[in-house]
Design a protein around this ligand. Structure first.
Ligand code: FES
Ligand code: FES
Length: 150
């Protein structure tokens, strides 16, 4: 099988997998990185949302071959050691999570939104397409505003 090398949460990793493997299963099954969740597998629910070269993307629809030589960040790579990312802290402060399944993807989407738009409006936040079956959208909105300092 071919090998693919990429940066994962600040460390170089090499995997030996079929080139059409989706990155989500490479992360979860080959590398044991289970923060990105499997919800739909077709790029719709966004439970797997992570960052590729700093931009939000869906690993479930991204072949591992497309990630070679690039930087992948998952929820596991967001904190700086023991210091939570401000968005993670805002999530705790607003007590956002219910079952929690969608939340890694929600947080990664929020971080990418704030990087592109430091003071998003409610409409900007509501345009995020991450699905939460527990309906935590109001608390997600509050947490993003808190992280933005607005
Ligand atoms: S698992 Fe649903 S978008 Fe990736
Ligand atoms: S917290 Fe349960 S699906 Fe979002």
């Amino acid at each position: 099988m071919p090998t693919f090398t990429f940066d994962l949460n600040g460390e170089t990793v090499t995997v030996d997998v079929p080139s059409d493997s989706s990155l989500l299963w490479v992360l979860r099954d080959a590398l044991g990185v289970t923060g990105p969740k499997y919800g739909c597998g077709v790029g719709v629910c966004r439970a797997c949302t992570s960052h590729l070269d700093g931009a939000a993307f869906q690993p479930c629809t991204t072949p591992v071959a497309d990630c070679a030589g690039r930087a992948v960040t998952t929820i596991e790579g967001l904190a700086a050691g023991d210091t939570l990312h401000p968005v993670q802290q805002a999530w705790i402060d607003e007590d956002v999570a219910q079952c929690g399944f969608c939340q890694p993807g929600q947080i990664m989407a929020a971080v990418a939104l704030l990087a592109a738009n430091p003071h998003p409006t409610d409409a900007d936040i509501d345009a995020l397409e991450n699905v939460c079956r527990c309906g935590t959208y109001v608390r997600i909105r509050r947490a993003i505003h808190r992280a933005a300092g607005s």
